[in-house]
Design a protein. Structure first.
Ligand code: NDP
Length: 245
C-alpha cells in the first residue's frame, strides 16, 4: 500500500512575509509537498537574511510591501502562473495602537494588505482554480488590551475570509484562514522577553508550550491542497489548545 500523500507538485505558491517565521515554515512545507514557492519581505534586511536553499529546494525571493499598490503590481508582473496565495505578512505595534496613526498602520498592513493582495491575485487564481490562505490569530477571537488595531485587523480577517470565499466561489477560488496560537517568531520576541507574560501563555496553553513556526505548516499544506477541495470560508485554529482552556 502507498502512504497517504498530499501532493502540490506543479503548483506555484506566493507567501507574503514568507522570508521568516510562520511564512517561511509554510513555504518549506509547500516545497516538501512539491510546490514552487515565492517568499517576500518588505525590508532588504529580512530578504537578505532569508536562506533560499532549504531541505526541499530553492525559494524565490521578492521584495513586497502589501500597503503599496505599485509594489503589489510589480510583484504580480513577475509571477506567471499562481495556484496558492498565503496572506501571511503582518505586524503588531504592541502598546502603541490606541494612537490612531498606529491603529491605521496596523489595519492597513494586516487587513487592507490582504484585500489588496487577494484582489490582484484573483485573475491568476481564477485561471488555476487556486486558493487563498489568510493568517489570522488568537486575537481573531479575543481582545488584546495592548493591541486594539491588531485585534481589529485579525477579527476582520475572519469576516473577509468568509466574504471572499462566498464571492469568489463562482471563480472556483477557495479562501480559508489559519488562526495560530502563540508561536516563537520575531513578532512575539518582545512578548517572550517579559517573563510573566511568557509563562502566563505557556500555562494557559493546554499542551503547555509555545508553538514553533513548523506547527502551522501542516494546516497550510492541507488547506492549499485538493484534499481540502470542499473547504472554503473557514478558519482553522492551530493553538496547542490555548483557546479551549
Ligand atoms: P515575522 O515578523 O517573522 O513575519 C512577518 C512578515 O511580514 C515579515 O516577513 C515582514 O517583513 C512582513 N511584513 C510586515 N509588514 C509588511 C508589509 N507592509 N508588506 C509586506 N510584508 C510585510 O512574524 P510571524 O511569522 O510571527 O508573523 C507572520 C504572521 O503570523 C503575521 O500575520 C502574524 O500576525 C501572524 N501570527 C503570528 C503569531 C505568533 O505568535 N507569532 C500568532 C498568530 C498570528 P519584514 O521582516 O521585512 O518586516
Amino acid at each position: 500500500t502507498m502512504a497517504y500523500t498530499i501532493d502540490l507538485t506543479g503548483k506555484t505558491a506566493l507567501v507574503t512575509g514568507g522570508a521568516s517565521g510562520i511564512g517561511y515554515a509554510i513555504a518549506e512545507g509547500f516545497q516538501e509537498a512539491g510546490a514552487e514557492v515565492i517568499v517576500t519581505a518588505q525590508s532588504d534586511e529580512s530578504l537578505e537574511k532569508c536562506v533560499e536553499k532549504t531541505k526541499f529546494g530553492t525559494l524565490r525571493k521578492l521584495k513586497l510591501d502589501v500597503t503599496n499598490d505599485i509594489s503589489i503590481e510589480k510583484t504580480f508582473d513577475e509571477i506567471d502562473e499562481l495556484h496558492i496565495l498565503v496572506n501571511n505578512a503582518g505586524r503588531i505595534k504592541r502598546g502603541l495602537e490606541y494612537r490612531i496613526e498606529h491603529f491605521a498602520d496596523v489595519i492597513n498592513t494586516n487587513l487592507m494588505g490582504v484585500m489588496r493582495m487577494s484582489h490582484e491575485a484573483l485573475p491568476k487564481l481564477a485561471l488555476t482554480h487556486g486558493n487563498i490562505i489568510n493568517i489570522a490569530s488568537m486575537f481573531s477571537f479575543f481582545g488584546s488590551p495592548m493591541s486594539p488595531g491588531y485585534t481589529a485587523s485579525k477579527t476582520g480577517l475572519v469576516g473577509l475570509t468568509k466574504s471572499l470565499a462566498n464571492g469568489w466561489s463562482e471563480h472556483h477560488v477557495r479562501v480559508n484562514a489559519i488562526a495560530p496560537g502563540y508561536i516563537e517568531t520575531k513578532l512575539t520576541k518582545a512578548l517572550r522577553e517579559e517573563d510573566e507574560q511568557r509563562e502566563k501563555i505557556t500555562e494557559r496553553t493546554a499542551l503547555k508550550k509555545w508553538g514553533v513556526p513548523e506547527d502551522i505548516a501542516g494546516a497550510a499544506v492541507y488547506l492549499a491542497s485538493d484534499r481540502a477541495s470542499y473547504t472554503t470560508g473557514t478558519t482553522i485554529t492551530v493553538d496547542g489548545g490555548y483557546s479551549i482552556t
